[in-house]
Design a protein around this ligand. Structure first.
Ligand code: MLT
Length: 240
């Protein structure tokens, strides 16, 4: 298995696409996707634009869908939900399709949606993502961070490092780029203080200003959810 890390969608090469792309947006899109599927959502369909989301939502029975929109960390007016994983309760999500657009995470998914397989990972389901890779043995794997508007983000890189760290302990992994070594070092430095790292991160600080401290705590709990979101058709994620 040859492993590459790209910090943002912009830094991710357009081709040739890998056998498996792992999209990471710890704060908070991939934490929300994992949680929604865990509590019973039928699927999560992602959009980079709000207009496309609204149009697609109209084609779906109202009682079977929820519209979730986030920009700049805040809920988009007119949507049922923002992007907090803590809003994903079984009562709300059961058997519904979550239509989701976020500032960066859903753009990262768009970038690699044509790869052979696409899964999503966050701290909360890191082990489930690694188990999938160990079972499927894809030859090339890209860990794709979402970053923030084209820039690097600590929380996505530390999650990529957490995945790479566990993989290299169990598998004969070939390091594809220097980012892998740097991300593992970041994870090893912070593995016992993930919440503190998230509170230092620029997007963590943005969420704290928006009263998101409970979201940060939840998103920092390593391996707490046994669920793997996998793309079943471009932009539609279901439980593996
Ligand atoms: C994003 O896509 O940028 C995020 O998930 C933002 C957030 O809701 O915290």
């Amino acid at each position: 298995m040859k492993l590459f890390i790209y910090h943002t969608p912009e830094l991710t090469p357009p081709d040739p696409l890998p056998d498996c792309a792992v999209v990471i947006d710890v704060l908070r899109a991939t934490s929300t996707i994992a949680t929604a599927l865990k509590v019973g959502a039928e699927a999560v369909q992602t959009f980079s634009s709000l207009e496309e989301l609204i149009e697609a939502g109209k084609q779906w029975p109202t009682e079977k869908r929820l519209l979730a929109g986030e920009r700049g960390g805040a809920k988009v007016e007119g949507c049922d939900l923002g992007n907090s994983p803590l809003d994903c309760t079984p009562e709300l999500m059961a058997d519904k399709r979550l239509f989701l657009t976020t500032t960066n995470g859903t753009r990262a998914l768009q970038r690699v949606k044509l790869a052979n397989s696409v899964i999503t990972a966050a701290m909360i389901n890191r082990r489930a993502a690694v188990q999938y890779l160990l079972e499927k043995q894809p030859e090339t794997v890209w860990l794709v961070g979402s970053g923030w508007e084209g820039g690097y983000s600590l929380e996505d890189t530390v999650c990529a490092g957490a995945i790479a760290d566990l993989l290299v302990q169990t598998e004969n992994v070939t390091v594809g780029n220097d980012e892998v070594i740097a991300a593992i070092a970041l994870y090893q430095q912070w593995q016992d203080n993930l919440l503190e790292l998230f509170e230092k991160a620029s997007h963590g600080q943005r969420l704290l200003r928006l009263n998101g401290s409970e979201d940060l705590k939840y998103c920092a709990t390593l391996d707490s959810l046994d669920i793997l979101p996998i793309q079943k058709e471009p932009s539609v994620l279901v439980k593996w």
